[in-house]
Design a protein around this ligand. Sequence first.
Ligand code: HDD
Length: 749
Amino acid sequence: DPKKLAKDTFDRIVTGLAGGSEPSVPGAPGGEAPSVAEPTEPRRPLPAKPDQAAPEVRTATGVETDAVPDARAQQEPFLTTSTGIRLRDTDHSLKAGERGPTLLQDHHLREKITHFDHERIPERVVHARGAGAHGAFIGYGTADSVCRAGFLREGVETPTFVRFSTVLGSRGSADTVRDTRGFATKFYTAEGNFDLVGNNMPVFFIQDGIKFPDIIHAGKPHPDREIPQAQSAHDTFWDFVSLHTEAQHHTMWNMSDRGIPRSYRMMEGFGVHTFRVENDARETALVKLHWKPRLGVHSLTWEEAQLIGGIDPDFHRRDLYDAIETGAYPAWELGMQVLPDEPDQMFAGIDLLDPTKIVPEELAAVQPVGLMVLTANPTNFFAETEQVAFHVGHLVPGIDVTDDPLAQARLFSYVDTQLTRLGGPNFNQIPVNRPHVETNDMLRDGFHQHAVHAGVAPYRPNSLDGGCPFQAGADVERAFEHLAARVPEATKVRAQPASYDDHFSQVRLFWLSMTPVEQEHIVRAYTFELGKCFEQAIKERQLQCLANIDARLCAEVATGLGLPAPEPTVGLADVEPSPALSQVGREWPADGRLVGIVVDPDGDLSGVAEARTAIFEAGMVPLVIAPHGGVVGEGLTAQRTFATARSVEFDALLVAGAPVPAPDARALRDAKAGADDTPNLDPRVVLLVEECFRHAKVIGAWGDGTAALDLTGCSGAPGIVRGKTGADVLARVQEQLAAHRVWERFAAS
Ligand code: HDD
């Protein structure tokens, strides 16, 4: 049973990699500490990961692996130069007298400054901002009937490295902007590296890679002032997508809640293109690849996303890091939609080579083929997350690309871009990029060559190096082969098939698959983004696109812009909605969610300890919010203060009490909600509660907290939980967290 295998495997990875009975981080499963600890607690250094080992060094006598020692550089006792000479002083430059000029002779000063001057490398031309993590993938063996790739076989465990990213922003931009997210996975398989370089959306803006520079030029900041940063709400973006209407599908995904994910851990991933796979019997099939997150697909509200942009621009990076450090390991199932490899490469009227189209899950189920769990953070951001280099051409035996013109152009771009970014052709020797199998190529020399290649004949055939290397020949099982696909007899043309001309029917399908609250968010997103454009012609042109998708959508956005809604210029497609596209209406585990607890140090704190334990036991993280830092009660320390806490950090809020100027707590209980002289709570607590209320988060209260909650005026609505004890309230809060938000609250507010 693949599901059972997944569960067993998951448990095994989690306990295995977290160090079994000796947890590598406080709070990791297997230790005595609770399963989840506060992310703010200190941790012991992580052990070196296998891919941090230095590249193999080939010497005249053979191959030596110079493993990096466990300790990090800063933990060795003596400071040295880069050539290992111990230094007595690194704080004073060598001068001609105490007040004299610095001498050119100071080789340490020159080495230190020169190296610093060259520390930065060019950021990625797209997807510059990202966060990465190490993990492992376990195959279920369920893909065997269609794909012979070894890492998909039952029980095969493959190390992985994943990098999540935004697309448009530069390296220092905010995490929570409205944008597509990259989801790139490197599988270090026993057959060599396989890179699945996908996004959190299943479609792309353009159908042909030759337009990639154009869409990116349109989305990036305007070339004259270099603003706006990491935004699509500007003229050039909307100019492009309204002129190249093939972009409308991806654009609607961006305008939907998928454009502002709650967490990298709560995103789906998609290979986007159709891939061709082959089984042991050499039969081929076409597949679409999906990552399904164990925690479900969840998003921020637009207001949260904007607030976080200022309050914590590293929100997603921090969330991923903290979740892994605390043992709430993110997990995804890899799934395949398997489609017949017909000569026309169509399925149910959908062109499988068109990357602006999905195959609805209702037409072809996503079948689970393996599980990935991320269990370790990078030790060094630059070495790993920045230097990791993905390439859609890193394919393993049994998996191949199709003739999708977007994929074809990508095959060129990913190696090419690393030449500038990583400074030469030897980037696959960088530890994070090295395969975990032996390489035996005939690539030689070039910048940053780390290998000391022995032998005299890096060509084949040769008669000098014993004839090595040999081609796989008889060992075809493990060799990569391009899968046989017929190329129709054709004339060279710059053209595309007529099937690529349908730009609106699947956008309508997406729109009609959304629940009313999701549609409302989409309308607001279009209204905001187009409202930030200056050119009237661009707004009108985009409204024309919306008219070709849905009359109500168009009318509501047009009203917001103060413009007339145009009539459609195409017939509206008669499409069957795909409920699988909606994020609302299902329940998911709440692991790793952050629950804030507002406390009054002078009030009754007995329930707080109980609530904290219950939160830990539920696999979530309690964060105590108090008027001041330090100790707030017996065994209770503040993790956030009224000055540092802001609602956007929490998935749910508990109010155990809040200090009020009233001397008598009973006066507080008697106070009427909504009375003129309210609130007499600290305004920061009022803001905290109000924002959680507005963002449809579950709010719980007990004891003095109940009266405090009433004072905020945020009561008497769905998702407000009152109870006698902290644990009792927590149990009901947790139930509601399964749906991510109290969706009814949006309708009520
Ligand atoms: Fe791309 C990076 C995803 C189309 C050219 N792309 C990049 C990354 C992701 C994607 C996730 C970041 C990888 C990392 O974390 O290092 N790109 C996609 C998807 C696409 C797509 C899902 C469409 C289905 N990309 C695409 C096209 C081209 C590129 C059509 C060019 C013809 N992409 C690049 C690049 C980048 C890149 C310029 C920049 C940095 C890098 O490659 O390593 O080569």
